[in-house]
Write a protein of this length. Structure first.
Length: 284
């Protein structure tokens, strides 16, 4: 039995769908905070179990009988470390044979603010005695494409990455890698640096959007503090705005570019291209 935490989240749903291509639905558990909000997953035939990171009793029930667990990192900035530790503790108590964790690209050397919680989780997982797989996910294409509607209205993509490059891939790509690890053999205690096949700059992103939308589009580079202020003005929560600005600043120094082929190798196909992602996002 394979348990997927955060199964109603954007990445979690993709992981469920990728697992369904490889194993029967009855062997998959969607661990969710709210059963009521998981009706779409229930319709797929997977088991639903309540799993609230702040309620250890629910985790014990959710992981009962599980052979493998994929811990999709929490999006609650400031609370992630204890939440992740609770999942690791519950997995160990349940006798889980393999825990896969969605970490961050080069988490052990990254200077990104995002890396702090991921590295702490990795360290705790290593010390737990559980067999593990570290899925160090790079940037998500959707981090850029989901905001293109607003960018098209204003004719500009904002950022603070200068000419830095992003080796981004889609959530579906990263989910396919997770499914390959969870259903394959020989992945115990491995670390995978996962990134897209081809990198791009935000200037290149703007050019691709202009090409697909047949509309003028530029990239406007801002100092990180001004970019953060702009994101706050768009209504993003302060922690999210801070992380995005910090990540762009890191990208400017190469933190989000990678030549690793682990993602391509695990999924057995090319990763989603920038052109594909932009075309799908704009819908033209």
């Amino acid at each position: 039995m394979i348990v997927v935490t955060g199964a109603t989240g954007k990445l979690g749903q993709h992981v469920i769908h990728e697992l369904l291509k490889k194993v029967p639905a009855a062997q998959i558990v969607a661990a969710v905070r709210s059963i009521e909000k998981a009706s779409e997953l229930a319709a797929l035939g997977v088991q639903l179990r309540e799993a609230d990171y702040t309620k250890p009793a629910t985790l014990a029930t959710a992981f009962a009988g599980a052979q493998k667990v994929v811990l999709i990192s929490s999006n609650e900035v400031g609370a992630r470390i204890p939440q992740h530790q609770a999942v690791i503790d519950a997995s160990k108590a349940a006798g889980v044979k393999l825990l896969a964790y969605t970490s961050l690209l080069r988490a052990d050397t990254s200077t990104l603010a995002l890396a702090v919680d991921h590295l702490a989780t990795e360290s705790y997982l290593r010390s737990s005695g559980l067999s593990f797989v570290l899925l160090r996910n790079g940037w998500y294409l959707e981090n850029h494409t989901e905001a293109l509607g607003s960018a098209l209205q204003h004719g500009a993509i904002l950022g603070a990455a200068k000419d830095g490059r992003f080796s981004a891939a889609s959530r579906a790509d990263y989910a396919a890698a997770a499914a390959a690890v969870l259903t394959g053999e020989g992945h115990e205690n491995k670390v995978y640096e996962l990134a897209g096949d081809k990198s791009y700059s935000l200037t290149e992103l703007a050019a691709e959007v202009s090409n697909v939308a047949k509309a003028p589009m530029i990239y406007q580079n801002l100092p990180p503090n001004e970019y953060e202020a702009a994101l706050l003005g768009f209504g993003l929560p302060a922690p999210v705005a801070g992380i995005l600005a910090d990540s762009d600043a890191g990208a400017a120094t190469g933190e989000l570019e990678s030549k690793a082929s682990d993602l391509h190798d695990l999924i057995g196909r090319p990763t989603t291209s920038l052109a594909q992602a932009v075309t799908e996002a704009i819908g033209r």
